[in-house]
Design a protein around this ligand. Structure first.
Ligand code: AMP
Ligand code: ZN
Length: 503
C-alpha cells in the first residue's frame, strides 16, 4: 500500500513499525457543539483508512481522543451555565450516535482529555527538566520553540522570521504567529470553575499537549499513523511533534495523513463561518446516513470536496443502482435448484453434490480458480467481476483512491447487468459476486446487506398494491399481497407509507 505522507510531501510505501500491527491516532472532536459534516469528512476519511488497512490484512489499533477541555468547551459551558462535564456529555453522546448513523467503525479507544491530566502534567514536567519549556510571569508553562530545531518540519515552515520570545496562549493561531505555545495555562477568570492542581499552581492544559499525552499513553512513544484534517497540520500537529519528540528524544509518528476540507462555495465548512450543516440537519431533510457517507467518501481524500444537495441526490441514485444490482444477483441466485447459502456451512454445491468449499480449509474445484478472484467462496468469479476487483484493490492501495475504486465498482455493475440480461450468470456465479460485494463493503460500508435488498419484482408488486388500494380494489390488493408473500415479503403500513419486510 502506498500513502501520501505530509511529513515528506511524498507518496511512500506503507511499512508499519511492528509487522502487521498498525497503531493509528486520529484527532477527535472538540465536544462543544454538534460536529458538522465537514468534521465528518475527516472521520470518514479515517474510517476508510482503517477499513482499507484491515482489508489489506493489517491489524489496526485506533485511538480517537475527545477534546473535552479547551478554550471553546470552557467558554461554552460558562455560557450555558452548566458544569464542563455536563456540557460536553451532550455532545459526546451526540457524536457517538452520529458515528453510528454514518456507519463509521468504532475506534479501539476514545480517551477523554479530562481523564488524562496526570499524564499531561508528567510530560510537562519532563519538558521543563529538559529545558524545552519555561514558566511565564502569570504561572503558565510554555513550550520553547527555539529549543527544538526541527520545529516546522511538518508544516514546512520557514523559521527565519521567528520573533524571539513571542508567546501565544490561545489554542488556535495562524502560521504568521509562530510562537512559543502554552502547555499549561494558569487559571484566570475566563476558566470559571474548570481547574486542576499542578506543581506550578492551579490551571488547565493547553490543547496540543492533550493529544501527545493520550497518543503516547495508548500507542507508545513512536507509532505508525496520525491523521486529521489539513487545518490540523499547523499549529496542532506541528506542536504535537515538538513536545512529544522533545519529551522522548524519539520520532513521534512515522506517517502523517491529512484530508482536504469539505467546502461550501469554495470556503471551508466551519462553525466560525456559519456555513455548516450538522448530520442532524441533513437527516432532517430526509437523507439517510449511507447517502451522506457516500458523498463524503466518494472524492479523493486529498482533494477538497464541495458539499451540495445535488451531490446527495446523485449519491442516492448511485446507491439505488447498487441496490438494484444486488437485487438482480439475488434473483439470479434464487434461480438455483440447490440451496446456496452465502455464508455458513455447506458452501455451494455442484450439480453432482460435490462441495465447492465454503471455507478456505475445504476442497476447491481444480478448475479456473485464480488466487483472490473467487469472491471468497471457492466459485470462480466471472471475468468482469474479477477484473473489477483487481482495479478496485489497485486504486485503493494507491493512496486510498476510492474515486477510482468506485469507478471499478460501477464498471462491474454495468458489465454484470449486461451479463445477466444475456442470461450468462449462473446461480453459483451470482453467489460469488455477492460474496465479493460483501468483502468490498468491508471497505465501503454503504452497500445494503443482501437480505435487505428488495428485488425489482417485489417493488413493482408493492406499487401495484398501492394502486389497487387507491382504486379501492381490495380483492386485487389482497391478491398482490399474497403474491408478495409467495416471494417472501410482507407489507407493513407505516406512517411514512408501506414498507416491505422479509418474512
Ligand atoms: P475540531 O472538532 O474542530 O477539532 O475538528 C475535528 C476534525 O475535523 C479535525 O480533524 C479537523 O481537521 C476536521 N475538520 C474540521 N473542519 C473540516 C472541514 N470543513 N473539512 C474536513 N475536515 C474538517
Ligand atoms: Zn489532536
Amino acid at each position: 500500500m502506498r500513502i501520501y505522507n505530509t511529513l515528506s510531501h511524498q507518496l511512500e510505501e506503507f511499512v508499519p513499525l511492528d509487522g502487521k500491527r498498525v497503531r493509528l491516532y486520529t484527532c477527535g472532536p472538540t465536544v462543544y457543539n454538534f460536529a458538522h459534516i465537514g468534521n465528518f469528512r475527516a472521520y470518514i476519511f479515517e474510517d476508510l483508512l482503517r477499513r482499507a488497512l484491515k482489508y489489506f490484512g493489517y491489524e489496526v489499533f485506533q485511538v480517537m481522543n475527545l477534546t473535552d477541555v479547551d478554550d471553546k468547551t470552557i467558554a461554552g459551558s460558562i455560557k450555558a451555565g452548566v458544569s464542563l462535564d455536563a456540557f460536553t456529555k451532550t455532545y459526546k453522546d451526540a457524536f457517538f450516535a452520529d458515528l453510528k448513523a454514518l456507519g463509521i467503525e468504532p475506534a479501539e479507544r476514545y480517551p477523554a482529555a479530562t481523564d488524562h491530566i496526570a499524564e499531561m502534567i508528567a510530560m510537562i514536567r519532563i519538558l521543563l527538566e529538559k529545558g524545552h519549556a519555561y514558566r511565564s510571569e502569570d504561572g503558565s508553562i510554555y513550550f520553547s520553540v527555539s529549543s527544538f530545531p526541527a520545529y516546522g518540519k511538518l508544516a514546512h515552515l520557514d523559521m527565519a522570521g521567528l520573533r524571539p520570545g513571542a508567546r501565544v496562549k490561545h489554542d488556535e493561531y495562524e502560521k504568521e504567529n509562530v510562537a512559543d505555545f502554552a502547555l499549561w495555562k494558569a487559571w484566570d477568570e475566563k476558566d470559571g470553575g474548570v481547574v486542576w492542581d499542578s506543581p506550578w499552581g492551579r490551571g488547565r492544559p493547553g490543547w496540543h499537549i492533550e493529544c501527545s499525552a493520550m497518543a503516547m499513553k495508548y500507542l507508545g512513544e513512536s507509532f505508525d499513523l496520525h491523521t486529521g484534517g489539513v487545518d490540523n497540520i499547523f499549529p496542532h500537529h506541528e506542536d504535537e511533534i515538538a513536545q512529544s519528540e522533545a519529551t522522548t528524544g524519539k520520532p513521534f509518528v512515522k506517517y502523517w495523513m491529512h484530508c482536504a476540507h469539505l467546502v461550501v462555495d469554495g470556503r471551508k465548512m466551519s462553525k466560525s463561518l456559519g456555513n455548516f450543516y450538522t448530520l442532524r440537519d441533513i437527516l432532517g431533510k430526509g437523507y439517510v446516513g449511507r447517502e451522506i457517507r457516500y458523498v463524503l467518501m466518494a472524492g479523493h481524500y486529498r482533494q477538497s470536496l464541495n458539499f451540495s444537495f445535488d451531490a446527495l441526490n446523485a449519491a442516492r441514485a448511485s446507491l439505488q443502482r447498487l441496490d438494484e444490482f444486488q437485487g438482480r444477483l439475488g434473483a439470479a441466485k434464487a434461480a438455483s435448484p440447490q440451496p446456496s447459502p452465502i455464508k455458513g456451512e455447506g458452501g455451494i454445491r455442484g450439480k453432482d453434490g460435490s462441495s465447492f468449499a465454503a471455507t478456505a480449509a475445504g476442497p476447491r474445484p481444480a478448475s479456473s480458480l485464480l488466487a483472490g478472484e473467487d469472491g471468497g467462496e471457492g466459485v470462480p468469479l466471472p471475468e468482469w467481476a474479477a477484473a473489477a476487483k483487481r482495479k478496485f484493490d489497485a486504486a485503493l492501495s494507491e493512496d486510498l483512491n476510492l474515486a477510482e475504486s468506485l469507478g471499478a465498482l460501477f464498471d462491474m455493475v454495468h458489465a454484470g447487468n449486461r451479463a445477466m440480461d444475456a442470461g450468462e450468470v449462473s446461480p453459483q456465479q451470482a453467489v460469488s459476486v455477492m460474496v465479493l460485494l460483501e468483502s468490498l463493503d468491508k471497505v465501503l460500508g454503504f452497500l445494503s446487506k443482501p437480505e435487505e435488498v428488495i428485488p425489482r419484482e417485489a417493488m413493482d408488486l408493492l406499487e401495484q398494491r398501492q394502486n389497487a388500494r387507491k382504486a379501492k380494489n381490495w380483492a386485487e390488493a389482497d391478491r398482490v399481497r399474497d403474491a408478495l408473500a409467495a416471494l417472501g415479503w410482507v407489507v407493513q403500513d407505516t406512517p411514512q407509507g408501506p414498507k416491505l419486510k422479509r418474512k
